[in-house]
Write a protein that binds this ligand. Structure first.
Ligand code: NI
Length: 188
């Protein structure tokens, strides 16, 4: 296992549309292991393969990082970060995920992204969605998702289309977010 470098805006690779996974082999498992290690180290609750420079339709998610100092990637809709108690890891892998039925009802979460560090903004997305994906053996799985899981998987699936959460903001808000990121980088 190895921690890989996470691409950050404005890296053009983050705009690439990822390709379907066709080989369910040891190479894929090794990539998934690296993605989990990279995500837990960051720390974050979700990571798409393109964020480590691999344009494959592959996501890892764990809403329960067990690092007591970890902050969830998107925080709750009230805009406050919640201090998580140490909890059991719940790693989930989604290969070639598809959204079958997005709910019309929207939910708003303050989202963040490891590729847009230190920036948080409210994004509206379908509150629930039915998702189909393949597991690491290539078997199809289906599940109705809601709450943070629904938001997180939609955020990660956007990465597969080359879309970042800041692309959902107005132009003005996006420019403000990128300016803030620039300032933070210069201060660092
Ligand atoms: Ni992200």
């Amino acid at each position: 296992m190895a921690i890989r470098q996470i691409l950050e805006v404005p890296d053009p690779r983050l705009k690439v549309v990822s390709e379907p996974v066709t080989q369910f082999d040891d190479e894929l498992r090794a990539l998934v292991d690296d993605m989990f290690e990279t995500m837990y180290d960051a720390p974050g609750i979700g990571l798409a393969a393109i964020q480590v420079g691999v344009p494959k339709r592959l996501l890892v998610i764990d809403l329960q990082p067990d690092d007591p100092d970890a902050e969830p990637e998107p925080c709750d809709h009230d805009g406050h970060h919640h201090h998580h108690q140490p909890t059991k890891k719940e790693p989930r892998v989604f290969v070639n995920p598809e959204i079958l039925e997005p709910a019309e009802e929207l939910a708003t979460y303050s989202e963040g992204c490891l590729s847009v560090p230190e920036i948080y903004a409210d994004v509206d997305r379908p509150a629930r969605c039915r998702v189909r994906w393949q597991d690491l053996d290539g078997q199809f799985q289906e599940e109705e998702m809601e709450g943070l899981m629904a938001t997180c998987i939609q955020h990660e699936m956007d990465h597969l289309e080359g879309i970042l959460f800041i692309d959902h903001l107005s132009r003005l808000k996006r420019q403000m977010a990128l300016k803030k990121l620039d300032k933070l980088r210069k201060a660092a």
